[in-house]
Design a binder for this molecule. Structure first.
Ligand code: UDP
Ligand code: MG
Length: 158
């Protein structure tokens, strides 16, 4: 069998995905996890938690001067979230494609935001927008021992 040459660096790319409080309230946790699993990405870490305002303020620190920042932090603090780390080839970019656009109205059917929400301030899911930011967000939300090291399945099959 001829196996494709995959480098470990690209396979091991990671992204931070969070199901926001409205996604949890609306019962979309399973649907969202299913999409990442079925795409072929590997779950590395997951926790169900009510994030502190301090954590959320830090998570969105790049947006601190935007008028919607206080409301965004309040929204994210309004209920529990599912914080996750997913791994795989080009997972940061692919994850953003799976999410759709920031504004659900611009998101195509077939994307998570395109299929399940209507307005920007209730867009049900977060995904890192660059490999660099993914690393910052993963370190913010998880301790190193919460990132689980295991063999999921042979990468060559995906
Ligand atoms: N957001 C908002 N109003 C805006 C822009 C953004 O409420 O005009 C919220 C929205 O929930 C978005 C989050 O702020 O997901 C972070 O904004 P960003 O531009 O980083 O969008 P994302 O990366 O989530 O697509
Ligand atoms: Mg963003």
């Amino acid at each position: 069998m001829v196996r494709p040459a995959l480098t470990m660096a690209s396979i091991a790319e990671r992204t931070f995905i969070a199901i926001k409080p409205d996604g949890v309230q609306r019962g979309l946790v399973g649907e969202i996890i299913k999409r990442f699993e079925q795409k072929g990405f590997k779950l590395v870490a997951m926790k169900f938690m009510h994030a502190s305002e301090d954590l959320l303020r830090e998570h969105y620190i790049d947006l601190k001067d935007r008028p919607f920042y206080p409301g965004l932090v309040e929204y994210m603090h309004s209920g529990p979230v599912v914080a996750m780390v997913w791994e795989g080839l080009n997972v940061v970019k692919a994850g953003r494609v799976m999410l759709g656009e920031t504004n659900p109205a611009d998101s195509k059917p077939g994307t998570i935001r395109g299929d399940f929400c209507i307005q920007m301030s209730r867009n049900i899911i977060h995904g890192s927008n660059s490999v660099e930011n993914a690393e910052i967000e993963i370190n913010l939300w998880f301790t190193p021992d919460e990132l689980v090291d295991y063999t999921c399945c042979e990468h060559e099959w995906i």
